[in-house]
Design a binder for this molecule. Structure first.
Ligand code: 3BY
Ligand code: FES
Ligand code: FE
Length: 425
């Protein structure tokens, strides 16, 4: 049994062993959950949605992150802004819907009215000394990375977002997210701590045994292996895959499509990784026939056979950009044992369902894969509550990026909570 001082967050952070899963309280403790929300989700750039969530002026989307509710609004000049979803009168929540369209933002309690720029433009019976200009909505930092929307709740957001954006913009821009529409969104509540959802995404060690649909378009050798464990035939296939990646990178980059790996998962405050990888079969998309699901090719891409650009950000997102569609995933923690996985499928804005794409075909692979991953996350959550649980080793060949996620998390927690003491029960 841990005594109270040994189970303090500070000692748990200090004694984390690199290369191993985290100790159980990181997955189960409500106190560490609260510490995560404060140190990670209220300090870092959090991926929340896409510009096509709010295509027209007056479009509003709300995102709840822990104790915060955030409004994302398209303004009259086509800018995207974010505000706290809290009325400046007596604090009522302004917008209750997840998505709506408004002329102005009107509080239903006493009708205080804010324009899309967040200014309070109407408040009756407040007397002549009342200064409306001191009661505008509180803004939240928001950035669009070629149409991917990130918010930051900190007063001073991490400055290295711009560095990531400069590297990543040329990778994402050819898919032109701003010219897409959301064909489908799916919210899945996973029965596990948010870090288990993220860890699960950062490896494909589990893919062969668990993802019969996803492993149709993915190459079996795409996510690492121990060379000494392969027989001659497997080694030859793995070498062929490595050559294919090199050849495709060269071809795509010659066509002006950045594809080579960029990795800063644990050496930046805003950690990220990106790489475009070939797909099996026809090589076009994450579908069961490996062909494009949508007939309208995205953006300025030169070919249908663009493989899939994988883009991952710390702490809460991953994305797959293909020639015909984009799938984006955001993870929002709900409590120590539950997380919201929000998935959006984007197709060209002119693609028509039933004509240019079949929805079942478009979403089939990831709908199945998400549910399989959610089950796996649930098994780990159950395991973490057992007295028999102890941190287990990551594979040095297939789980390096899981370790990098944990390294990043521990570093960021130490940076924020280092000097304080939170006791994990
Ligand atoms: O998100 C990725 O890039 C991959 C694909 C499947 C699981 N994950 C490691
Ligand atoms: Fe919003 Fe009163 S609380 S108008
Ligand atoms: Fe998976």
């Amino acid at each position: 049994m841990l005594d109270r001082s040994e189970s303090s967050l500070a000692s748990l952070l200090a004694r984390r062993i690199p290369g191993y899963t985290l100790e159980a309280p990181f997955y189960t403790s409500p106190e560490i959950f609260a510490a995560d929300m404060e140190a990670i989700f209220e300090q870092h750039w959090i991926y929340v949605g896409v510009e096509p969530d709010v295509p027209e002026p007056g479009d509003v989307v709300t995102v709840d992150i822990g104790r915060n509710s955030i409004l994302i609004v398209r303004d009259d000049d086509m800018g995207v802004r974010a505000y706290h979803n809290v009325c400046r009168h007596r604090g009522a929540r302004l917008v209750l819907e997840e998505k709506t369209t408004v002329g102005n933002l009107v509080c239903r309690y006493h009708s205080w009215t804010y324009n899309l720029e967040g200014d309070l433009i109407h408040a009756e019976h407040m007397g002549e000394n009342f200064d409306r200009s001191c009661h505008g909505l509180k803004s939240v930092h928001i950035r669009s990375l070629e149409g991917l929307l990130f918010i930051c709740l900190a007063e001073e957001p991490p400055e290295d977002f711009d560095g990531m954006a400069a590297v990543m913009a040329p990778y994402i821009a050819p898919h032109n997210i701003r010219e897409t529409k959301i064909a489908y969104q799916h919210d899945l509540i996973e029965p596990g701590n948010w870090k288990l959802t993220m860890e699960n995404n950062r490896e494909c060690y589990h893919c062969g045994a668990n993802h019969p649909e996803l492993t149709v378009p993915l190459f079996a050798y795409g996510f690492g292996f121990a060379p000494e464990e392969l027989d001659d035939l497997e080694r030859e296939q793995a070498e062929r895959y490595a050559c294919l990646v090199t050849a495709e990178h060269t071809d795509w980059e010659r066509m002006g499509i950045p594809s080579r790996c960029q990795e800063h998962l644990d050496d930046m405050v805003t950690g990220y990784r990106a790489e475009r990888l070939p797909l099996d079969g026809a090589g076009e998309s994450h579908t069961l026939d490996t062909r494009a699901a949508s007939k309208k090719r995205l953006g300025s891409l030169p070919s249908d056979k663009m493989g899939a650009l994988h883009f991952w950000t710390q702490p809460n997102s991953w994305h797959h950009f293909m020639g015909d569609h984009v799938v984006t995933f955001s993870v929002i923690p709900l409590d120590a044992n539950h997380s919201l996985l929000r998935t959006k499928w984007l197709v060209h804005k002119d693609a028509v369902e039933g004509v240019d794409y079949d929805l079942e075909n478009l979403i089939g692979v990831w709908m199945a894969t998400n549910q399989q991953d959610s089950d796996l996350v649930g098994y780990c959550q159950k395991g973490a509550t057992s007295p028999a649980y102890q941190p287990g080793p990551y594979s040095p060949h297939t789980e390096m990026l899981v370790d990098k996620f944990c390294n990043w998390y521990i570093k960021r927690m130490l940076a924020w909570h280092g000097p304080t003491r939170v006791t994990a029960k």
